[in-house]
Ligand binder design. Sequence first.
Ligand code: FES
Length: 120
Amino acid sequence: MTVQSPSSPPSLFRTLPSADAFVDIWFNDHPLSVPGGRSVAAALLAAGVARFRSTPVSGAPRAPYCMMGACFECLVEIDGVPGRQSCMVQVRDGMRIRSQEGARDLPPDSPTALENAHDR
Ligand code: FES
């Protein structure tokens, strides 16, 4: 059964009869039962999720566009890791997904983050 957020419009996507079993995930702390065997982006779209992230400058809402790893409009946080392309990750039972708000932080051990830490 697909559960939609009360504020989401009805999904334009329909599940094929041969689709895999549903899996239970969390999106922004809301439980969702979504079709398995597909990407996180496809599963969230099928559940009626229309806003995946916001832009760093204006905060405008964004959602998947290309569904093939080229546009980066589908970025979300998956199991605590920000900046994941949801169209390139297969949905799994128990995933905790959050919309990505603004720019992601650099990993603490990245060269740029270390240079910035030394500049402070
Ligand atoms: S939808 Fe374009 S990179 Fe994911």
